[in-house]
Design a protein around this ligand. Structure first.
Ligand SMILES: Nc1ncnc2c1ncn2[C@@H]1O[C@H](COP(=O)(O)OP(=O)(O)OP(=O)(O)O)[C@@H](O)[C@H]1O
Ligand SMILES: [Mg+2]
Length: 505
C-alpha cells in the first residue's frame, strides 16, 4: 500500500506539472510536425490584390471568415480592436500567424503572409493533397456563404478615405483606402428638408436599388449621380450620411488633392457603395488636384467603374453657378438637390427635433423675421439650439436677435459664426435684453418669464465678465462698457464686410 502511494504521488505531481505548463502543447506540436512528414500538401495563395491592383474579393472574404473562427482566440498572437458598439471587442488575426480550420473532418491551415518588397499581403492555404479533391471546392463555397452570413448580420457601414498616392509608393502594399466604421447617426428623419423632396429622393434611391435588370438591358452602368448644392452648413454632408444609412452602403470619400490616378482608386472600391466628392467646385475652380478636367468627367460618367456595380456617386458644391455646363449635363448628374438657408418651416423642424417644440409664443416673431429673408443656415440655428438646450425660450430669442443682427451687420459666414458664439458665450453674463443697443433700431425681443431670462450681454472677453458679475463696476460703467464694446464690434464687422465686398469685386 505504501509503495503504491509512493508511485501515485509522483505521478499526480507529474500530471499537475504537465497540465500547468506548456509541455503538453509543445508535445502536441511535435507530434503534428511528425505527422506532417507523412503527408503531401498542396498550397494555394490568395493575394490581396490582383495584377491590375484591384482588390481580390476572395481575400476579403477569407479574412472575414477566419477572424470569425473561435480558434482565433487560441492563436499565439491576436489583435484586439473595439467594435462598432461600445462593448464590442473584435479579434483580428495577426500577420504571419497560423490558423487551423477543420472542414468535413479534414484539417486545413492558413497563414497570412506579407511580401517584404511590396508590403502586399496574401493568405496561404495548406491542405493535404488527398483531401483536396474531395473538399476544396466545398470548403471555398462554405467560406463564401459564411462571409455572406457575417456581412448580413453585421451590416456595418464603413467609411473609406483615400490615402495619399505618394505613401503607396513607399511600400504600403498598394493600399489606397483606409476605413473606419461609419457611425454617423443622421437619417432621413433627422435631416431637415422639405418633406416632398425627401420623399422624392427616397423613392429615387429605392427605384435605383431595384433596377439592376433595367440598367443592364439599356446598356448603362448601374449607378446614379447626385449633386448636392447650397451654402455652407445647410446639411449636404449630413444628407450624405443619411443616404449611406438608408442604403447601408459603404462610403468612399475621395479627397481629389491626394489622387493622381482615379482609376486605381476605384478599382479598390467595392460594389454597393457611395462614392463621394465633397466641394467639387473648389477642385474645379482652384485646380487643387493633379487630375485633368477630362479625367474628372470620365470618372463622373462611370467609365472607370469597370468592375463595380450598384454605385451612387455624390458631389457637393456651394454653388453651381461658376461650373462648366459639361460637368452638370444629364448623365453626369442625374439628380440635383438644392440645400437652402433656413426658412421658417426648417426652423420649426429644428425646434421640434431639438426641443420637441411644436409651437411657442415666440414663433410668430421668428416667422416675422424669416419673412424678410433667410440669412442663417440650419447649422447656425442648430448651434444656438444645442448651446441653449436647457431653455427653448432663450434659444428662440437668440435666434431672433442673431437673425436680426446678421441682416444688419455681417455678410460673411465667419462673422456670423463669431456673432453666434459671442451671443452664446454671453449666456454666462448677467441678463441683458439685447445683443445690440436700441440705437441700432433693432426691435427688442419680448421679455419672458423669470426662468427664461436670456442674458445676451455685449461682453465678449471672459476676463471682463467676472468683474461685471461681481459688481466691481457700477451699473453706469457696465452699460458704458457694453456700449463701447458694441461699437467696436459694429465697426470691425463693417470693416470686414467692406473688405469682403472689395475682394469680391
Ligand atoms: N438640413 C439640416 N438638417 C439637420 N441638421 C442640419 C441641416 N443642415 C445643417 N445641419 C446641422 O449643421 C451641421 C453642419 O451641417 P453639414 O456639415 O451637413 O453642412 P454642409 O452643407 O455639408 O456644410 P459645408 O458646405 O460647409 O460642408 C451638422 O452638424 C448638422 O447637424
Ligand atoms: Mg459638408
Amino acid at each position: 500500500m505504501f509503495l503504491y502511494l509512493l508511485a501515485i504521488i509522483p505521478l499526480c505531481l507529474l500530471v499537475k506539472f504537465v497540465s500547468k505548463t506548456s509541455i503538453l502543447h509543445i508535445l502536441k506540436k511535435w507530434l503534428r510536425l511528425l505527422q506532417d512528414k507523412f503527408y503531401v500538401y498542396q498550397f494555394y495563395k490568395v493575394p490581396q490584390f490582383n495584377h491590375n491592383m484591384q482588390e481580390n474579393q476572395l481575400y476579403r472574404k477569407i479574412s472575414t471568415y477566419l477572424n470569425s473562427l473561435p480558434c482565433v482566440e487560441d492563436s499565439d498572437f491576436t489583435n484586439l480592436f473595439s467594435g462598432s458598439k461600445s462593448n464590442d471587442i473584435n479579434l483580428v488575426l495577426n500577420a504571419d500567424q497560423k490558423i487551423v480550420d477543420n472542414f468535413l473532418g479534414s484539417r486545413i491551415s492558413w497563414i497570412n503572409e506579407k511580401d517584404e518588397k511590396t508590403g502586399a499581403r496574401s493568405f496561404v492555404l495548406k491542405i493535404r493533397r488527398n483531401d483536396k479533391r474531395q473538399i476544396l471546392r466545398a470548403y471555398l463555397q462554405h467560406i463564401h456563404s459564411k462571409f455572406d452570413e457575417i456581412e448580413q448580420r453585421r451590416k456595418e457601414v464603413r467609411l473609406f478615405v483615400n490615402v495619399n498616392d505618394e505613401s503607396n509608393r513607399n511600400g504600403n502594399g498598394n493600399r489606397r483606402w483606409v476605413s473606419v466604421p461609419f457611425t454617423h447617426p443622421a437619417t432621413f428623419d433627422t435631416v431637415v428638408m422639405e418633406q416632398d423632396l425627401k420623399n422624392k429622393v427616397k423613392a429615387d434611391l429605392e427605384t435605383f436599388l431595384k433596377s439592376k435588370q433595367h440598367y443592364n438591358r439599356i446598356g448603362r452602368i448601374w449607378k446614379r449621380n447626385y449633386l448636392l448644392h447650397g451654402p455652407s452648413g445647410t446639411g449636404k454632408s449630413t444628407f450624405i450620411a443619411a443616404m449611406a444609412n438608408f442604403l447601408t452602403y459603404d462610403v468612399y470619400n475621395i479627397d481629389l488633392s491626394k489622387v493622381s490616378d482615379l482609376k486605381l482608386l476605384l478599382l479598390q472600391s467595392t460594389n454597393k457603395s457611395l462614392i463621394v466628392i465633397e466641394d467639387l467646385d473648389s477642385y474645379l475652380c482652384n485646380n487643387s488636384t493633379a487630375l485633368s478636367f477630362s479625367a474628372i468627367l470620365n470618372f463622373m460618367d462611370g467609365i472607370f467603374s469597370c468592375c463595380g456595380d450598384e454605385r451612387v456617386m455624390i458631389f457637393t458644391m456651394n454653388s453651381k453657378d461658376q461650373i462648366d455646363p459639361a460637368v452638370l449635363r444629364p448623365g453626369r448628374i442625374d439628380h440635383y438637390i438644392h440645400f437652402p438657408l433656413c426658412d421658417f418651416n426648417a426652423f420649426k423642424s429644428l425646434a421640434n427635433s431639438h426641443f420637441g417644440l411644436k409651437d411657442h409664443k415666440l414663433f410668430p416673431q421668428v416667422e416675422e423675421n424669416f419673412q424678410t429673408g433667410s440669412v442663417l443656415s440650419p447649422a447656425e440655428i442648430s448651434e444656438i439650439m444645442i448651446s441653449n438646450r436647457s431653455s427653448p425660450s432663450r434659444a428662440l430669442k437668440l435666434v431672433i436677435s442673431t437673425h436680426q443682427n446678421s441682416k444688419l451687420v455681417p455678410s460673411r459666414t465667419s462673422d456670423k459664426i463669431e456673432m453666434i458664439h459671442n451671443n452664446i458665450e454671453a449666456d454666462l453674463a448677467p441678463k441683458h435684453p439685447l445683443w445690440l443697443s436700441k440705437s441700432r433700431s433693432v426691435r427688442p425681443v419680448e421679455e419672458s418669464s423669470e426662468s427664461d431670462k436670456y442674458p445676451q450681454g455685449l461682453i465678449k472677453s471672459k476676463s471682463v465678465r467676472p468683474m461685471v458679475e461681481s459688481g466691481a463696476f457700477g451699473k453706469e460703467s457696465v452699460n458704458d462698457l457694453r456700449k463701447f464694446y458694441g461699437l467696436i464690434r459694429i465697426k470691425s464687422s463693417r470693416k470686414k464686410s467692406l473688405d469682403f465686398d472689395t475682394s469680391e469685386k
